[in-house]
Design a protein around this ligand. Structure first.
Ligand code: SF4
Length: 237
């Protein structure tokens, strides 16, 4: 697979760079009496849709056991049932969380089973509130609860109106864009999308190899497998 080893190595290096920067950021925030509540076993954010460059999905795919790969297929079956035909992004996100459910890489102990290769988006999502808040559907709060919640946020730090840190997510977005541009420069086209779905496309159809053949091969593969959703896979031309 010409090109992929170098692309994966670059993303791996950027994962390490992001981790170092996040550790530094957390130390500074702590010195200003700020607190990040994330820790091993807290997993309420692992029901969110995670969008990644294909390179990150390939790193995860490479690391999977047969059991983890089977869990991916089960999750993707749920996506086909619950997400097909939804063309509104907010509805897609809500159905994803409520009906597709937890990430297939979430272990029974609440820890990430692909921790060393987890994507930028997971590394960068830092909660400034206790884990219970990460499970809340904002739309279900009463107006008073919503106001109290928003008033409690450190607006200089969070991606308002969420309780997640903005700066780390912004750095993750920059690194994701870097990975997408490197993929496009290598193959003339790049792919990003939902983490479990891209892993499925790689393991069942060899999406990475198809991408190396160009846009037409990717489109043909997506047509063969594709769940009818505009939000699961993005092509960057
Ligand atoms: S990859 Fe790991 S950290 Fe990210 S959503 Fe899945 S279980 Fe959670």
């Amino acid at each position: 697979m010409a090109g992929w080893p170098a692309l994966k190595e670059a993303v791996d290096e950027d994962h390490n760079r992001l981790d170092r920067d996040i550790a530094r950021w957390c130390k500074d925030y702590g010195a200003r009496a700020g607190k990040i509540h994330c820790g091993r076993g807290c997993h309420n954010c692992c029901t969110l849709h995670v969008d990644v460059p294909l390179t990150e999905a390939l790193l995860v795919s490479d690391a999977l056991s047969a059991e983890q790969a089977a869990a991916v297929e089960s999750t993707v079956e749920g996506m086909a049932t619950e997400l097909a035909g939804i063309d509104d992004f907010k509805t897609f996100l809500r159905h994803y969380r409520r009906r597709v459910g937890a990430c297939p890489f979430l272990g029974a102990d609440g820890a990430c089973t692909v921790y060393t290769v987890r994507p930028f988006a997971c590394r960068a999502l830092l909660s400034t509130r206790p884990a219970d808040w990460c499970a809340i559907d904002f739309a279900e709060l009463t107006p008073l609860e919503r106001t109290l919640f928003m008033d409690s946020l450190d607006r200089a730090v969070v991606a308002f109106p969420t309780h997640y840190v903005e700066a780390t997510q912004e750095q993750a977005r920059v690194l994701e864009t870097t990975a997408i541009l490197a993929m496009r420069e290598t193959f003339g086209v790049a792919v990003s999308g939902n983490l479990p779905y891209l892993v499925h496309l790689q393991r069942q159809h060899g999406l990475g190899e198809a991408l190396a053949q160009g846009e037409a091969a990717v489109r043909e593969l997506l047509h063969r497998d594709g769940i009818d959703s505009p939000f699961l896979v993005h092509l960057h031309l």
